[in-house]
Write a protein that binds this ligand. Structure first.
Ligand code: GRF
Length: 204
């Protein structure tokens, strides 16, 4: 079975959906390790509940990226856990060249907008404030450029007139949990191929 390592900073609801699907036999992956850059992040407690090895790894002195020594430690731990794919699930720091090269083509992320619209932070709020009719989420491969790698799956979420940032985010997260598990299943079944910017999905 393929092995994944998960990186997160927050409550870990996407990780929870992935762990649940794997435990139920609906997703053929083994979760080798969960790493967080925030001490006591919810995602670590969730991993504990699922009996999955997990660890807080201090990020170092920067706010938006890992410092080089910390980045090497993340790489080391993921290699030690023999992961085939690095799954970013709400990891709030940019990964730099050494990391991206160490796992080239083997890093996947979920972003809470229909990329390429609204990259960056609080994208659901950006969509709401902009007056868009649709928000959504995107699962994509990670490249050096932020929120710009080849797109695997997307889901659109209509914006309703009474929406607040919180109600919209809640509906987007439901879709995130569904398409992240689905994208990982496609990968685990060897059905994804990258061709330039496009990801080709093979039918069974
Ligand atoms: C999600 O909204 C995801 O799109 C973004 O970070 C958030 C993580 O949420 N990248 P959770 O920790 O999985 O609940």
């Amino acid at each position: 079975m393929k092995r994944i390592g998960v990186l997160g900073s927050g409550k870990g609801s996407n990780f929870g959906a992935i762990a649940k699907a794997a435990a139920a036999g609906n997703l053929p992956v083994e979760i080798g390790i969960v790493l967080a850059d925030v001490e006591n992040a919810g995602i670590l407690g969730l991993a504990q509940q699922h009996g999955i090895p997990n660890r807080f790894v201090p990020p170092g002195k920067y706010r938006t990226k890992l410092d080089p020594a910390a980045e090497q430690e993340y790489i080391r731990l993921l290699r030690e856990a023999r992961v085939d794919m690095v799954v970013l699930a709400g990891f709030m720091r940019m990964l730099k060249q050494p990391f991206i090269e160490a796992f080239a083509g083997r890093i996947i992320n979920i972003h809470p907008s229909l990329l390429p619209a609204f990259p960056g932070l609080e994208s659901w709020k950006q969509a709401l404030d902009y007056g868009a009719r649709y928000a959504g989420c995107t699962v994509h491969f990670v490249t050096l450029e932020m929120d710009a790698g080849p797109i695997i799956l997307q889901a659109a979420v209509p914006i309703q007139s009474g929406d607040t940032a919180a109600t919209l985010h809640e509906r987007i997260q439901k879709e995130e949990h569904r398409i992240y598990v689905e994208a990982l299943r496609l990968w685990a079944e060897d059905r994804l191929r990258i061709e330039g910017r496009r990801v080709i999905i093979r039918n069974t």
